[in-house]
Design a protein around this ligand. Sequence first.
Ligand code: NZQ
Ligand code: ZN
Length: 388
Amino acid sequence: MLGNFTYKNPTKLYFGKDALNGLYEELPKYGKNVLLVYGGGSIKKNGIYDKIVAILRASGKNIYEDGGVMPNPTTEKLKEGIERAKKANADFILAVGGGSVCDYAKAVSISVYCDEDPWDKYFLRFEEPTCKIIPVGCVLTMVGTGSEMNGGSVITNRSQHLKIGHVFGDEVFPKFSVLNPEFTYTLPKYQMTAGFFDIMSHILEQYFSGEDDNTSDYIMEGLMKSLIHSSLIAVKNPTDYEARSNIMWTATWALNTLVAKGKTTDWEVHMIGQAVGAYTDATHGMTLSAVSLAYYKHILSYGLAKFKRFAVNVWGVNPSGKSDEETALAGLAEMEKWMNAIGLVMNIRDLGVTDDMLDGIVKATLIMDGGYKVLTSDDVLSILKNSL
Ligand code: NZQ
Ligand code: ZN
C-alpha cells in the first residue's frame, strides 16, 4: 500500500540536442549579475563554456566566475564561493558541470545570506534555510547524481573526515536544468561508468525497502532495465545518442523524488560510500560499486522476497528448481557480471582504503533505519572487510 504523500517537482527541464537554447527563455527571469559556477576546466576544453558565455552576453548579463569546484566539493571551497557571490552581488547562479558543481551551487545559494556556519546548520543539524536564497539553474555535463532535479547537496568537510548530504526542500531545487546528452560525450570512461552505477544505486536504495507491492517498484524495475540495456551499449560506443539520452533521462527519474513517494527507502549504501569518500576522496559512484555487493549479501536474508523479485523481474533469473535464497543470490551474481562488464571498481582497496582507516570509516557511517536491517557498527565493519 502506498502511504500518503504530496508531490510536486519545481524544476523545469530542457532536454535534447537544442536544450541549451532554454537559457534564452530562462535568463531574462533573473537579475543581471550571474555567478557562473564550474569545475576543473572540462567545459573550457569541450567548448560548452564558450557557448554559455556567448548566451549570457547576448542576454545582457554581467558574468562573475567561480571555477575550480572539485569533485566532492569541500567546506573550504564553499566559503570561497560565498565570498565570490557576495562580491558579485549575485542575482542568479548558473552551475555548469556534474553533481559536484550543482550541489555546490545549491550550497552557495543558501549560504550567502545565512548568518550561521552553513556546515553546522545545514549538514550537521540538517536545518532548512531561513535566509534569502539565490536562485540556481544547472547545465548538466555529467550524468548520475540526479542533482539537476532534486534538492540534494553533498559537501565534504576534510578536517572532520565527514561527507554529508542534505536533501533540501522545493525552494533549493534548481529553477531549471539543461540536459543535452551530447554534453556528456567527453566524459572519461571512468566518470561515465561511475555515473551509471550511481544511477543504479539510487534506484536500489529506494527499491530495497518495504514489503509492499506498489507502483514505484514497477517504475524502478523499468528504469533499471533501461539502464542495464543502455549502459552496455554506451561503454562500447560512448557517442550512441540513443543510449546516452536514455541514461540521462533515467538518471533524472532515479532521484527526482518521484519513485520514493509513498514508500520507505534505505540509503545505507550511500552512507557507507560517503564515509569511504570522506577518507579517500574517491569518485562517488565507485565508492558505491565497491561496497554494494557486500552490503546486499549481508542483508539479503532480511529482505529475501524483494531480492528474489529483483532477480526475476530485473535480471530474468528463472526461479524454478531454486530456493528463494538461491534465486536471490543468482540475481546479485547477474548484477556483479554487469558491474564487471561496464568496468566498475569492485573493492575499496582499489579506492585507496587501508586497514587503519576502517574504524574511522565505521564511525563516519551514518546509520539509516529504512533498509531491511538496521546495521550495527560490527555489521558496517564486516561489510567493509568484505569489500576490501
Ligand atoms: O571538474 P571538471 O573539469 O568539469 O571535470 C569533472 C570531474 O572531474 C568531470 N566532468 C564532468 N563533466 C564532464 C567532465 N569531464 C569531461 N567532460 C564532461 N562533459 O567529471 C568529474 C566528476 O564530476 P562530478 O561533478 O564530481 O561527478 P558527479 O556528477 O558524479 O557528482 C558527484 C558529487 O555529487 C554528490 C556526490 O556525493 C559527489 O559529491 N551526489 C549528489 C547527489 C544529489 N545532489 O542528490 C546524490 C548523489 O548520491 C551524490 O551523493
Ligand atoms: Zn549517489
